[in-house]
Each structure stands twice: as structure tokens, then as C-alpha cells.
Design a binder for this molecule. Structure first.
Ligand code: SAM
Length: 263
């Protein structure tokens, strides 16, 4: 059995991933709900509220610049804007959704224009970019307060390079936060979960999106992604300070949140 990306160069991998997300862009949001039984919404809500975007003890509240990397169709960015502008009443929070794939961003733009109030739309921008090498003019050194990446980093052809870029663009004191599929700790639950993901997800992909291969790739990429401890080490290797255990497991480790602070 050959993996989807075995024996490919970095640029071939990037191209292959671009192809996957180009073909899933239209069905992406519906598929997320089906494949995770809606859990991805709970994880995303928790991820965003744990970061408490827009919170500021000073009056007027401090401005905040958020970069949502691999932001796709906007799930994280929209929640960030709502949390910052509505819950924390801080209108001075701007979010950039960056993604390598213009098709995913196009769906995000359309959703934003339908779902967000004008003030939030005005605080949102879109950037087509590879997370492993941002244009330093588009995203300068020390310019970002909060860097988020949700279900994106495992697709990157060079994860250490992406972490170095995160470090470069964040301000000192800025936060790197990642929500990603991870390793399930309970062996029984893991067996059930693996069975589900390896058989049902490609099948649902085939039936609902007419695209078995792309969803097969998604499952394989989850399997290949490092464990919680290994990923924590990679974040530290990039120069970030990691507090406590360094991550939080969600739903028994199906997903995990990792955070790091740029010193
Ligand atoms: N963050 C969104 C969410 O949680 O719904 C989208 C996640 S989607 C599973 C993964 C995204 O990563 C896709 O939109 C894909 O285009 C993007 N992606 C893959 N490789 C990338 C790269 N090298 N740089 C930036 N984005 C990338």
C-alpha cells in the first residue's frame, strides 16, 4: 500500500495538497459535519474561547492582529471576530485568513459576505499564501499578536519551516495556537476510531463529495501527524516557550490544542 505522498518532493506534495483542497472546497463544510458528527464545531468553539481574542484590561481596548493560517473557509476567523467584537466588545481586532488555496478562500469570502455583519467584514482580510514561506512584505516580522492554525498544519510539506515562519511573524509575547487531529490515548477507543476513519471517511467522501481519494488522503495525513509530545517538542525547537504539559486533548485525543509563546 503506497501512501498518498510517498516519494514526492516538497513542491509535489504542496501541489498534491492544493489539488485535494481545490476538489473538496465546495463540499468541505458539509463533510466536516458528517465526518466528525459535528464535533469539529465544539472543538473550534473551545479553541477560540480558550484564546479569548480581543480581551484587554485597558480602556480603550488594545488593538490585536490575528493571522489565521490555513484558514480555509473561515470557521476559525469568523469565531475570532465574533468573540472579539461582540463578547469582548473590542472592535480593534483584525483577522487575516491566509490559505494556499484560492478555492477555499473563495468559499470563505462568500460565506463572510452572507454571514458576517459589515463591521466584522471590514475587519477581515484574505491572503493567498503558503504557510511555510509568507511574503515578508505581506506578513512582516514581529507583526502578529495571535497566530492560529486549525486542521491545517498536518498538510504542510515542511512543518518545521511553518513553525519558524510563525515565530518570525509573531510579536514578542505573541501566541502560537494550533488545533489539530492527534493521537487517541485509550487503546479501545483508538481501535474504534481508526476503524471509523479508515473505512467510513473515504466512503462518505465517495458518496457525498464523489471524491474518495481526497478523503483517503485526509485520513492518512492524520495517521502520519506526530504525537502530542513530539509536536510539543517541534514547537519548542522553533523557539517557542511552552507552559505546563503544553497541550490539551479534546475528545480523548482525537484532536489536541497546542500553544506556545514567542519570548
Ligand atoms: N482552518 C480551516 C478549518 O478549520 O475549517 C480549514 C482547514 S482545512 C482541513 C486545511 C487547509 O489547509 C486547506 O484550506 C488547505 O488549502 C490549507 N493548506 C494546505 N497546505 C497549506 C500550506 N502549505 N499553506 C497554507 N495553507 C495550506
Amino acid at each position: 500500500h503506497f501512501g498518498f505522498q510517498d516519494g514526492l518532493s516538497e513542491s509535489e506534495k504542496t501541489e498534491r495538497v492544493a489539488g485535494v483542497f481545490h476538489s473538496v472546497a465546495e463540499s468541505y463544510d458539509r463533510m466536516n459535519d458528517l465526518m466528525s458528527f459535528g464535533w469539529h464545531r465544539v472543538w473550534k468553539d473551545h479553541f477560540v474561547s480558550s484564546l479569548n481574542p480581543g480581551f484587554s484590561a485597558s480602556i480603550p481596548p488594545k488593538p490585536q492582529r490575528i493571522l489565521d493560517v490555513a484558514g480555509g473557509t473561515g470557521d476559525i476567523a469568523f469565531r475570532m471576530l465574533h468573540h472579539a467584537h461582540v463578547l469582548n466588545r473590542n472592535p480593534d481586532v483584525r483577522v487575516t485568513i491566509s490559505d494556499i488555496n484560492p478555492s477555499m478562500l473563495a468559499v470563505g469570502k462568500q460565506r463572510a459576505s452572507q454571514a458576517l455583519p459589515a463591521s466584522q467584514q471590514a475587519a477581515l482580510s484574505f491572503l493567498v499564501a503558503d504557510a511555510t514561506s509568507f511574503d515578508p512584505v505581506a506578513v512582516p516580522d514581529n507583526s502578529v499578536d495571535l497566530y492560529t492554525v486549525a486542521f491545517g498544519i498536518r498538510n504542510f510539506s515542511n512543518i518545521p519551516a511553518a513553525l519558524r515562519e510563525a515565530y518570525r511573524v509573531l510579536k514578542p509575547g505573541g501566541v502560537f495556537a494550533c488545533l489539530e487531529f492527534s493521537k487517541v490515548s485509550n487503546p479501545l477507543f483508538d481501535a474504534v476510531y481508526k476503524r471509523w476513519s479508515f473505512s467510513a471517511i473515504p466512503l462518505i467522501g465517495h458518496l457525498v463529495a464523489g471524491d474518495r481519494d481526497s478523503y483517503q488522503y485526509l485520513v492518512e495525513s492524520i495517521e502520519r501527524f506526530p504525537s502530542q509530545t513530539q509536536f510539543r517538542q517541534m514547537i519548542e525547537d522553533a523557539g517557542f516557550l511552552v507552559g505546563g504539559q503544553g497541550w490539551e486533548d479534546l475528545t480523548g485525543g482525537v484532536a489536541a490544542i497546542h500553544k506556545g509563546v514567542k519570548p
